[in-house]
Design a protein around this ligand. Structure first.
Ligand SMILES: Cc1cc2nc3c(=O)[nH]c(=O)nc-3n(C[C@H](O)[C@H](O)[C@H](O)COP(=O)(O)O)c2cc1C
Length: 401
């Protein structure tokens, strides 16, 4: 593996990392062997698949995934109705202790979930902490299966319950405490505040977005169909990135607590955007399931090249750099008007998609003349629809005349 152009060592709270890339809790961290494999490939840290008390029964169904794909760009969105770790506490205690010894420079975070009884959370937190976990992440955000049992998002959707669980674990946790938030709330800020008030050191967001992937029109079975039936599941992958990014930005603007950004990260650019929106580091799940843990190499090289090119001395220098540019709608300029222009006429194939879009969804400002799209500037309202619809990237938005 070629050495990165630029060192990516960074910190999140008191945790020091060799780069800002961690595996999120999920199938890629379901066993100690997978975590070791990821560490060998270059991941700076990993959050275990959520560990539960041995008394909590975890019975998974099959199949438990559904995917929304695009024939050109691959995966768009991914749904899962998977539950938590099926490995017992003693397995995880032994693996955490062993991995800690084998990879002392990597950060191993234990994700935990227990019954609504705070004492159970405390007991489990002590087990993983005593085994050597560098930090504990509280899963109060799983949107399927567990809420029916009064845990997961059933806790994370209520600020008072999040505060209660966080406070309980804080009483026993000597290592950094991370609270993983659910996006399935009207407003994430009261929950974020409750976690901070309860003693969280770091917040991570987001867990999956509750969804129903689709219905097979032949059989009318909702997907993923388990013997013909389904349930609402958790949405992840590229489609949820804008939701995660929004929530990280919202929290970063409101609170000064360190953040781990999660949701739809599959390339270095996604990670850089999360960091510019206020995250210190990022966690990745679906992209690793789809493309393998080796993606960390490209993410590492890409991010370090970007930092060098932009003269950012380190990852921390990028953190939150876009935040001051996010404000209310009313604060946006009304004078910086733009107009559509055929910026790259040689790319125009006169396919007519911009004409149709502008006619039926815009301002009737585009026609085809001399086998090229032509824009009537008097009619163009500067909405930008045509620039997004054009499959060839021929249309650009220029400052208005
Ligand atoms: C199949 C699957 C299983 C998951 N299991 C867990 C889990 O056990 N605990 C947890 O906190 N999050 C779990 N997650 C959520 C991920 O950690 C992550 O928050 C979410 O998938 C968004 O990130 P992504 O778009 O990179 O996948 C799971 C996600 C998937 C796709």
């Amino acid at each position: 593996m070629a050495a990165p152009e630029f060192p990516l060592e960074t910190t999140v709270g008191s945790l020091a990392l060799t780069n800002p890339f961690l595996l999120a809790s999920g199938p890629p961290t379901a066993s100690g062997e997978q975590i070791r494999h990821a560490f060998r490939l270059g991941w700076a840290g990993a959050v275990t698949k959520t560990i539960v008390p041995d008394t909590m029964e975890i019975l998974d169904v099959s199949p438990r995934f559904a995917a929304w794909k695009d024939e050109h760009s691959g995966l768009l969105g991914f749904e899962n109705i998977e539950l938590l770790s099926r490995k017992d506490e003693s397995y995880w205690a032994a693996e955490i202790a062993a991995i800690r010894k084998e990879h002392p420079d990597r950060v191993l975070i234990a994700s935990i979930m227990a019954s609504p009884d705070p004492a159970e959370w405390q007991e489990l937190a002590c087990t993983v902490q005593d085994a050597g976990a560098d930090a504990i992440e509280l899963n109060v955000s799983c949107p399927h299966g567990m809420p029916e049992r009064g845990v997961g998002a059933a806790i994370g959707q209520h600020a008072d319950l999040v505060g209660e669980v966080t406070r309980a674990v804080r009483q026993v946790a000597a290592v950094p405490l991370i609270v993983k938030l659910t996006p399935n709330v009207t407003d994430i800020l009261p929950v974020a505040h409750a976690a901070v008030d309860g003693g969280a050191d770091i917040l991570s967001a987001i867990n999956t977005v509750q969804c129903l992937m689709g219905i097979d029109l032949e059989t009318l079975e909702p997907q993923p169909a388990v013997a013909g039936s389904s349930t609402y599941g958790g949405y992840s992958g590229p489609a949820v990135k804008p939701i995660g990014l929004r929530m990280i930005a919202q929290i970063a603007r409101e609170l000064s607590i360190p953040l781990m950004g999660i949701g739809g990260i599959s390339r270095w650019q996604d990670a850089a955007e999360y960091i510019a929106a206020g995250a210190s580091v990022v966690q990745v799940c679906t992209a690793v399931m789809w493309e393998g843990a080796g993606i960390v190499r490209e993410m590492d090289a890409g991010l370090s090249g970007y930092l060098a090119q932009k003269y950012f001395p380190d990852v921390g220098a990028l953190r939150g750099r876009a935040l001051s540019r996010i404000g209310t709608h009313a604060s946006l300029s009304r004078s910086a008007h733009r107009r559509a222009a055929i910026g790259y006429p040689e790319r125009c194939t006169s396919c007519g998609r911009c004409v149709t879009a502008c006619r039926d969804g815009g301002y009737h400002a585009i026609s085809i003349a001399d086998r090229r799209a032509a824009i009537d500037l008097d009619r163009c309202d500067g909405c930008s629809l045509c620039s997004h619809v054009c499959p060839e990237g021929a249309i650009v938005m220029l400052p208005g005349l």
